[in-house]
Design a protein around this ligand. Structure first.
Ligand SMILES: [Zn+2]
Length: 306
């Protein structure tokens, strides 16, 4: 996460809750006015605060890490599953053939970014106008990354609405990002999306797992036949063995689901019922307060300093 223009300061250990009525109390600095994005849930202690600056020091965040001493079990593999194929053509396609298109507004923001960068290059380096133009670039970068993260969160929740188990390829997106698709892949932020998806799944009590990514586009999900390597331009899967025909990404999604289902052992012969009202109490509690537990997982409640 470290980038240039990224400076931060850590305040570990707080005896009392430092946040109070849109103020945060920091050692040595004192009270600072904040725009609190969400309340600190009951039963949680503030473990530490990081002060982070963005957009060339014009936007500041207090990132609050909170902790709660409850141990919450990981969601069990139970219920309906979906496999998710992540890609460039569609942002993703599930084994149910549900598609999420790449968000259009990114392209608009990207072209605006290029325009601003051109302006910077025309200014005299380190002049006042150059500084001003640089600031606009930094702010837009910030906005793009926030917009992307938001899109990833919303998509994750949409997927969690659809199934109890979610399977994704274990592909290393950084490798692809070095190739000819690099720019686009980085723009998609696939690695970040998978990470956010796994945490949204955890929070909502859905089982999340990654599966082997090899040959997911070369196998028929219907009969398991190897259909051979597909070129990237080949968008359709046609099985010579069983005749199953569908879009390439949908077929991959189904192969991913098949692999995921093979990887889990159903508890109690497939019928794994949750006790009580059907929700693990810990998960319910966490879902309600939208937080993580002490299971060494951090909640970052970003708080914008005014
Ligand atoms: Zn087939």
């Amino acid at each position: 996460m470290l980038t240039m223009n990224y400076t931060y300061r850590i305040y570990p250990q707080f005896k009392d809750n430092p946040i109070d009525n849109s103020f945060i109390k920091l050692p040595k600095i004192g009270k600072v006015r904040i725009n609190q994005h969400r309340p600190i849930p009951e039963g949680f202690n503030v473990k530490g605060v990081r002060i982070v600056s963005r957009a060339r020091g014009t936007i500041w965040y207090a990132v609050v890490t909170i902790q709660c001493d409850v141990s919450v079990p990981d969601p069990p593999p139970v219920g309906r599953g979906i496999g998710i194929d992540i890609g460039l053509k569609s942002f993703l396609v599930t084994s149910d053939n549900f598609q999420v298109r790449p968000a259009r507004f990114f392209r608009d923001l990207q072209s605006r970014l290029k325009e601003l960068q051109r302006k910077v290059s025309r200014k005299k380096k380190r002049s006042k106008n150059w500084e001003k133009a640089q600031l606009l670039v930094a702010r837009l970068h910030h906005r793009i990354s926030n917009t992307r993260k938001n899109f990833h969160f919303q998509t994750s929740h949409t997927l969690c609405d659809q199934a109890e188990m979610i399977f994704v390829e274990d592909i290393d997106f950084r490798v692809g990002a070095k190739g000819f698709l690099g720019k686009q892949m980085l723009d998609g932020g696939f690695g970040q999306f998978r990470q956010l998806l796994s945490w949204v799944c955890w929070k909502r009590g859905k089982y999340f797992a990654t599966v082997d990514h090899k040959y997911t586009s070369q196998i028929c999900p219907e009969c398991g036949t190897h259909t051979g390597n597909k070129e990237l331009t080949e968008r359709v899967h046609v099985c010579g063995e069983c005749g199953y025909t569908t879009s390439r990404d949908h077929a991959s999604g189904r192969v991913i689901l098949n692999r995921g289902l093979d990887s889990v052992v159903p508890v109690d012969g497939g019928e794994w019922k949750l006790s009580g009202n059907g929700v693990l109490s810990g998960v319910l509690c966490l879902d309600k307060c939208r937080s993580r537990n002490a299971n060494s997982r951090e909640l970052e409640a970003s708080t914008l300093l005014r």
